[in-house]
Design a protein around this ligand. Structure first.
Ligand SMILES: O=c1ccn([C@H]2C[C@H](O)[C@@H](COP(=O)(O)OP(=O)(O)OP(=O)(O)O)O2)c(=O)[nH]1
Ligand SMILES: [Mg+2]
Length: 156
């Protein structure tokens, strides 16, 4: 069941690599679509690589796609997305690439068709700037960067 705010949004995509599946939700409630590699590549320890996906798309205006790591790859192989969440703009028509970095101590081999990351479609609201003479007062004020205390629960 989809709530009115959760109607699937169609994404236009060019035909891509033969035999490669489109990014897909692994389960009914998945937030991200698993995206597969279009290439065979080994990422050396400490190295990073922009992995080809073969995907070129047109995201509707008012949305973006976020490229996020898969937690299993992060936990088991120390493979993550250094620019997470990667931003795919609605006006981008090039090939979506997944930047991966290997924080592990062994080379990590990817085979064409392996699920390397996940794509989350998200709404985007653009901002405009309004210059003012002063800002409204708040309890926080200019406090930040730990100003509310350390790791102990509030009220302790
Ligand atoms: O993980 C990513 C991140 C970006 N892109 C593509 C789509 C995105 O629309 C474009 C630009 O991304 P971004 O704005 O993050 O990169 P930039 O370094 O600011 O480049 P640009 O000057 O092209 O905006 O690159 C990817 O394919 N994968
Ligand atoms: Mg940019």
């Amino acid at each position: 069941m989809h709530s009115p705010a959760n109607v699937p949004v169609p994404l236009k995509v060019l035909p891509h690599g033969k035999g490669l599946p489109l990014p897909a939700y692994a389960t009914a409630g998945a937030a991200g679509m698993d995206v597969v590699s279009a290439e065979d590549v080994t990422i050396a320890p400490g190295a990073r690589h922009a992995v080809a996906t073969g995907l070129a798309m047109a995201i509707p205006e008012g949305f973006e796609i976020q490229v996020r790591p898969r937690s299993g790859l992060a936990l088991k192989h120390a493979i993550t997305v250094p620019n997470t969440p990667g931003t795919i703009d609605s006006d981008y028509r090039g090939e979506l690439k997944v930047i991966l970095i290997n924080h592990g101590t062994e080379g990590f081999s990817i085979v064409r068709g392996d699920r390397i990351a996940q794509l989350v479609l998200a709404p985007v609201t653009q901002a405009t700037w309004l210059e003012v003479e002063e800002l409204d007062e708040t309890v926080r004020g200019e406090g930040g960067f730990g100003s509310t205390g350390g790791v102990t629960a509030l009220g302790n």
